[in-house]
Each structure stands twice: as structure tokens, then as C-alpha cells.
Write a new protein. Structure first.
Lengths: 187, 369
């Protein structure tokens, strides 16, 4: 099955953080995955988690320039969700027999890459969370919310941007220490 | 403090915010000082992870928002049972459809097995295989009105007022004085009227019914009836021959209908020697119809047809008419003057002329209560 050109456009928009694209994909596929999870011993919340995980996988793949869609987005998401759900069931020690299987594409590698990335993100997450305030919020404002130093100075009550910048670097040094204590460069 | 400055420089360097001169200076520093180079590489890696983390976190946030929005507007389902009761049923169906399919298959096989057993052990019923060719009430009723209206009848219909027509069939004259032969099962009622092919109705009396042979004698008892001197056809005393070409005249509808065929067996249903098997088309209403051979001799009276086969019709052999009359003569002097025609004047005539001569003596019988 070849990728639909419309879907290629959709994926490009997704990679460029176009929330409309994400919404379209979400709307078109969530109910299908929900049915799949519900029919295979899952709950609504589990379906939502699995689906969002699959959306992130798709997003990461779309962002990595090398991604060429070889199947429909629907098939891809279904395959990823199915794989993730099987793994989840195995972790919980539940039976995985009789999990329905429609047409799927091979996504084992993608899921593995996604999980490795998730592990790395987990390191960053833990490092950030063990920083304590105000470092955590400050760094998040700068790196995640992409605020300027002037805005940050205003938000956190620093007299000027340079003060905020100094504070930020202090926090950054601590964060890096925490991060690299977990993260093995040689890996 | 130095660390902070250094980090600031590295970040500016990596983000490409350094001026050309400063950048050259920094790159030289990097080359000469492996520790600084190490820090640059490390920070680059860190920033990469941080950006990735930021991206995914932002995306995660955005799809959370999307989920809340879409489930609020109902564009995606917002609970496990969104479609109410049917949703639950569908869900149950999905969950148990394999079990259901297996159960259904077993039920199906069992049902087939039982019906096969039942069919194997139950005795076959003759009744279902033979269909009497008298016309049933409904058909007659439906046509009665039409018949009465369209026939060139001036007089009142001869059926007594309030009488219900039960069955209909065919009868034919065996004696010009008004004696008719028909099938016993045609006369389900207590009285009968007969109609000729011109639509003239005559009252008639049932003289004798032989249910075992399915044969009955009627007598026209009507002042309008003019006795016939000589009947054109004969009634054959001998057995018919296999393969003999035959034709019949009867009233499967309100008009006389001609059909032809041949004698296909010398015995009737299940080897009945009093009747024979014909191959021709017969329909309800043909019961009691005369079967002629090509010489215009009546060889039989149509009685039944096999329901499971096409064009398998049974006729009572004509010698039974002789037998019946003979037996009646011994008990009832009334039958002494009945004289059956034994000489056919239709011999060597073409079929159209034969039919023209014979059709006036074939009647439509309606039995009523």
C-alpha cells in the first residue's frame, strides 16, 4: 500500500508542529484504537494513553527527515498501538492470546526506537524533577516554553534579564550534572 | 562564575549567535583546549536531548488539549459506552463473536443431522405425491363471477341460491340421453351442474359414485337438454397400447382446453393396473376429462398427476366404465337402457375436426353443496 499524497502533506504539517494536522489525525483514528483496546481487555484511559504514545511515535518519525510513509497513517497507528498494547499486556502478565489482528505493517523497529527515546526522555524528566524550584520552572520556561530571558525575568521577578540569565546558567549546570550522571555517553 | 561565562559562550557558539571574530577566537580555544572541546560536545548533546524533550513535551501537551477538545465536542468518543445500549451490545458482540460463531455452527450441524434422521425414518406419504386434478373452491369462486357475467346467458344461473360451489372438473357424455362420466373426487358436493362448451348450463343428478375407482356417473336432468342421437366417439373396452398418441379435452379454465401426449406406462401410480400413466400436460380442472386416442376412442379418464414430476398424469382406464355400468345394471334396472358408444366416427379425421366434433360432449362440472 502506497502512502497517500494528502497524508504525506499531513505528516509534514505534523512534523512542523501544526496543531491542526495533529487534530485531524487524532480525530480520524482515536475511535478505531479505542475500539481495539476495549475489545482486547483494555479501558478507556489505557486506550487514550496507548493512542497518544502512538501519536508521539508518529510525530518523532515524521520529524526524523528520513521518514517515508509506506502505509496509510491509519494502518501505521493501528500497528503501533497493537504492538504497544501487546507489550503492555505482557508486562502486566495478562494473556495476549486472541488479540485481534487486522492488516498491520511492521513497526517493531519504530516501537523500539520510540522506547529508547522514551527512556532518554525519562532521564531528562527525572533530572528536571529532582532539580527543585525555581530551577525547574525557569529552565522549562526557557527550553520548553521557549520564553525569552526578558519574559522570564518578568515572570520570576528578577530585576533584569542578566540576573535571570545568571540564575538560568546556575540551574543549567546543576541539571547537566544530574542528567549526565544518568546518561552514559558511551551508550 | 567562570563556568557560567563559559557555558554562556558555548551556548551562544552552538546557537550561532557569535560574531565572526569571536567565533574564530572560540574555535581556536576549542582546538587548543581539549577540556573546552569536551564541554562543547557534551553541551551539544545535552541541548539535543533537551530539544527533543521539549518537542515531545510540547506535543504531548498539544494532543492532551486536542483530546479534551475533541471529546468535549463529541468528535471522538469520551467514554467506554458512548453509543448507549447498542454500543454495549456491539462491544459484547465483538467480544463473544467467536464463541457465538462456534455455537451457531454446532446448532446448525445438529439441526441438519436431526432433520436428516427425521427424513430417513419417517414413512413417505403417498398423498403428497399425487395431486387430484379437480379445481379447488377458491379458483372456482374467483372465476364464477366472471363466468356468469361473460357467458351469453340470459337465464338465471342454475346453481341454487345460497349454494356453495365446492369443486370443479370435467365430465363427458357416455350416452346421448344425458349420462355423463367424471371422477368421483370432482363431485365433492351434493349436487352438480354441467356446462357445455357454449356456456349452456344444465342441472344434473349424481347417479353413482365409486370412490375406490374414482369414477362417477351423472345424469343431466334438465328440460333444456336435447338428447344426442349418436356420440361421435367410442369408449374402448380393450387396454390402451404403450406409446399410443393421445389427446384430451378438459376444463382447467372456464373454456375447453385441448392437450396432447402419449401413453407412457400401462399401469398407474405404483403399479395400479386399473389405471395408466400418460405424458401430457394436465392442470386442476382436468379431472374427469376423457383421454382419446387418434381414432377418437376414449381410452381413459384423467384422475391425478404426480406432484414431484412434470407431465406425469394418471388416467383410469376406460374399461372401468364398462365394468361400473355392468355392475350397476345388475342392481338397478334404471341402467338397463344405458348404451355405451362402441363405434367411433372420428376415425381417419384430422385432429381439428375430431376436436370440433367431440368438444360439444365434454362438459364443465361444478359440484355444490
Amino acid at each position: 500500500m502506497k502512502g497517500d499524497p494528502n497524508e504525506q502533506v499531513l505528516l509534514k504539517a505534523l512534523a512542523n508542529n501544526d496543531s491542526k494536522a495533529a487534530e485531524t489525525i487524532y480525530k480520524d483514528n482515536f475511535n478505531m484504537i479505542l475500539n481495539f483496546i476495549l475489545n482486547n481487555n483494555g479501558s478507556y484511559d489505557e486506550a487514550r494513553d496507548i493512542f497518544q504514545e502512538a501519536m508521539i511515535t508518529l510525530y518523532q518519525k515524521a520529524k526524523s527527515g528520513s521518514f517515508v510513509l509506506t502505509s496509510q497513517i491509519k494502518t501505521y497507528l493501528y500497528s503501533v498501538c497493537r504492538r504497544l498494547w501487546l507489550k503492555r499486556l505482557q508486562q502486566l502478565g495478562k494473556t495476549t492470546n486472541g488479540i485481534e489482528n487486522y492488516e498491520t505493517v511492521v513497526v517493531e523497529d519504530d516501537v523500539e526506537i520510540h522506547e529508547r527515546q522514551n527512556a532518554e526522555l525519562g532521564i531528562m524528566d527525572r533530572a528536571l524533577n529532582s532539580l527543585g524550584e525555581p530551577c525547574k520552572s525557569l529552565l522549562e520556561a526557557f527550553y520548553i516554553e521557549k520564553k525569552s530571558m526578558d519574559q522570564i525575568a518578568l515572570m520570576f521577578g528578577y530585576t533584569n534579564a542578566d540576573n535571570a540569565k545568571n540564575q538560568k546558567y546556575k540551574c543549567l549546570i546543576r541539571l547537566k550534572k544530574l542528567f549526565f550522571s544518568q546518561y552514559n555517553i558511551g551508550e | 562564575m567562570e563556568d557560567i561565562l563559559l557555558l554562556n559562550s558555548i551556548e551562544r557558539y552552538l546557537e550561532g549567535r557569535m560574531l565572526e571574530e569571536e567565533k574564530n577566537f572560540f574555535e581556536a580555544l576549542r582546538q587548543n583546549n581539549p577540556a573546552i572541546d569536551q564541554m562543547v560536545v557534551e553541551h551539544k548533546l545535552f541541548l539535543h536531548h533537551m530539544n527533543e524533550y521539549a518537542d515531545v513535551e510540547n506535543f504531548r501537551d498539544s494532543i492532551h488539549t486536542i483530546h479534551s477538545k475533541l471529546s468535549a465536542t463529541g468528535e471522538v468518543r469520551n467514554s467506554e459506552e458512548p453509543e448507549g445500549f447498542t454500543g454495549k451490545v456491539v462491544q459484547l458482540w465483538h467480544r463473544y463473536r467467536k464463541v457465538t460463531a462456534i455455537a451457531a455452527s454446532i446448532a446448525c450441524i445438529t439441526a441438519l443431522f436431526i432433520s436428516a434422521l427425521a427424513m430417513y425414518f419417517s414413512p413417505s406419504v403417498d398423498k403428497t405425491q399425487l395431486e387430484r386434478l379437480s379445481r379447488d373452491i377458491a379458483a372456482i369462486k374467483a372465476n364464477q363471477q366472471v363466468t356468469n357475467n361473460t357467458l351469453k346467458e340470459v337465464a338465471e344461473p342454475k346453481i341454487p341460491k345460497g349454494a356453495i360451489v365446492k369443486t370443479g372438473g370435467t365430465a363427458f357424455l357416455i350416452d346421448g340421453k344425458g349420462y355423463l362420466v367424471t371422477s368421483a373426487h370432482v363431485l365433492a358436493g351434493s349436487g352438480a351442474i354441467v356446462t357445455d362448451n357454449n356456456g349452456n348450463e344444465y342441472n344434473s343428478k349424481i347417479l353413482s359414485i365409486d370412490q375406490s375407482k374414482d369414477l362417477a356417473i351423472l345424469k343431466i336432468d334438465d328440460k333444456d337438454f336435447k338428447p344426442v342421437k349418436n356420440l361421435p366417439y367410442a369408449i374402448r373396452r380393450n387396454q390402451p397400447d404403450l406409446g399410443e398418441e393421445l389427446f384430451t379435452l378438459g376444463y382447467p379454465r372456464d373454456e375447453i382446453v385441448y392437450n396432447m401426449g402419449y401413453l407412457s406406462a400401462k399401469t398407474g401410480y405404483k403399479g395400479d393396473t386399473t389405471s395408466c400413466q400418460l405424458s401430457l400436460t394436465a392442470n386442476p380442472g382436468n379431472s374427469g376429462a376423457p383421454v382419446f386416442n387418434k381414432n377418437g376412442e376414449i381410452v381413459g379418464i384423467i384422475t391425478t398427476k404426480q406432484t414431484q414430476a412434470e407431465d406425469v398424469v394418471f388416467a383410469l382406464k376406460s374399461n372401468n366404465i364398462f365394468k361400473l355400468i355392468d355392475s350397476l345394471r345388475t342392481t338397478d334396472t334404471f341402467f338397463k337402457n344405458v348404451k355405451l358408444p362402441t363405434f367411433s366416427t372420428l376415425k381417419n379425421m384430422d385432429r381439428v375436426s375430431q376436436v370440433k366434433k367431440a368438444e360439444s360432449y365434454v362438459f364443465f362440472v361444478k359440484a355444490y353443496n
